[in-house]
Ligand binder design. Structure first.
Ligand code: 13P
Ligand code: SF4
Length: 354
């Protein structure tokens, strides 16, 4: 969304100065949640920086602030809007910051898969959706006894679902789904892929499977390949390689560890001084960790940027804070009541799982 010229014409110095002023003026009335992939000009104004699970928890716990400003992508802000109290307002500085992977499943497509697999397995099935999905897909999961998960707790939620039912349908990240199922000890032949363009073929493939994963992917994390792992190991003998579980299974298996963005932040902090670490995730986080830990060698597995996250910047953050101060908050995130009710059931099951 185009910002008015009164903002775009400002120098960066002026924007940062006005941000300091606006932040101070809003005080405890406003809480700024910032995802790890945001640029430094934004993270410096964060009240909390975190992965999507930590930010969901924070949104649910905020009691004081009337306004929650979410610097991340659409589905994260939507989740915050469903978890906070009704007297609070969630705003996103740039509403076009939309995760392409979340857009790879619609509620209608999800319903087709759910109906077909439910009748195939006579109801012995639970749905789980990655947080990276829209509220209507979360609501489908909530309505059918399922849950939301993030990259930090996917394995735990998969175990939770498979302890109750024989089968699990997971939206929309094929790779996080496969990595989580394999980590739980499932065999590759127990995992099938659901292609929304081919429901007949997908249903046929699902015979014999226990976990069906949606054919969606993150272009930021599928950019990493085995050749990148080989190259960094060759360039830095003895280097430890850690990646986000949205990477393809062969990359996760060739690495030394995989986990959410918070796991990667911890891996950098805990690496011994003088050691070398390659990180397979979004470049803003890797660059920040390299700058924060100069006593270690921290390199990106490859350079990969999330354009959706990059849409949030200090300019639209300033416009958002000043809109609150002017009494007309802009880009308020709203979710239709019935959808929010059912999506919340799925979110609460995730938060209760720990
Ligand atoms: P986290 O759950 O690790 O924050 O990841 C969210 C995401 O969008 C990664 O691409
Ligand atoms: Fe979506 Fe990938 Fe960006 Fe995460 S990194 S917000 S999954 S496009």
């Amino acid at each position: 969304m185009a910002l008015p010229a009164e903002y775009t014409q400002l120098s960066q110095e002026e924007v940062l100065r006005r941000l300091e002023v606006a932040r101070k003026a809003l005080g405890e009335d406003c809480y700024i949640l910032v995802h790890h992939y945001q640029r430094d000009e934004v993270t410096r104004f964060a009240d909390t920086t975190g992965d999507s699970l930590e930010l969901s928890r924070q949104a649910a716990q905020q009691e004081r602030a009337r306004y929650i400003v979410f610097c991340g992508v659409d589905f994260m802000a939507e989740t915050a809007a469903m978890l906070c109290s009704p007297r609070q307002t969630v705003l996103i500085p740039e509403p076009s910051a939309c995760c392409p992977m979340a857009g790879m499943v619609t509620a209608e497509q999800a319903e087709v898969a759910w109906q077909r697999l439910s009748s195939l397995w006579h109801g012995d099935l639970l749905p789980i959706t990655y947080q990276n999905s829209d509220a209507r897909v979360k609501a489908l999961c909530g309505r059918h006894g399922g849950a939301v998960c993030t990259s930090a707790n996917a394995q735990k939620l998969f175990g939770w679902a498979l302890a109750q039912r024989g089968h699990l349908l997971f939206f929309p990240d094929e790779h996080l789904g496969r990595n989580s199922a394999l980590a739980l000890g499932l065999r590759p032949e127990e995992i099938a892929v659901w292609d929304p363009q081919d429901p007949d073929g997908s249903e046929e493939q699902a015979w014999g499977a226990r976990v069906v994963v949606w054919k969606g992917y993150c272009h930021v994390h599928t950019r990493f390949g085995l050749e990148d792992v080989r190259r960094v190991r060759q360039e830095h003998p003895g280097i430890r390689v850690v990646v986000h579980p949205e990477c393809p299974a062969e990359v996760v298996q060739a690495s030394d560890g995989a986990g959410s963005t918070s796991y990667l932040v911890r891996a950098a902090a805990e690496a011994p001084p003088g050691s070398a670490l390659a990180i397979g995730t979004e470049i803003h986080l890797v660059s920040r960790l390299a700058a924060r830990h100069r006593d270690k060698t921290i390199v990106p597995l490859a350079r990969s940027l999330c354009g959706a996250m990059y849409r949030i910047n200090e300019y639209n953050l300033l416009a958002t804070l000043e809109s609150i101060l002017a009494g007309c908050p802009q880009h308020v995130v709203r979710v239709e009541a019935e959808t929010a009710f059912w999506a919340n059931q799925a979110l609460q099951r995730m938060l209760q799982a720990g």
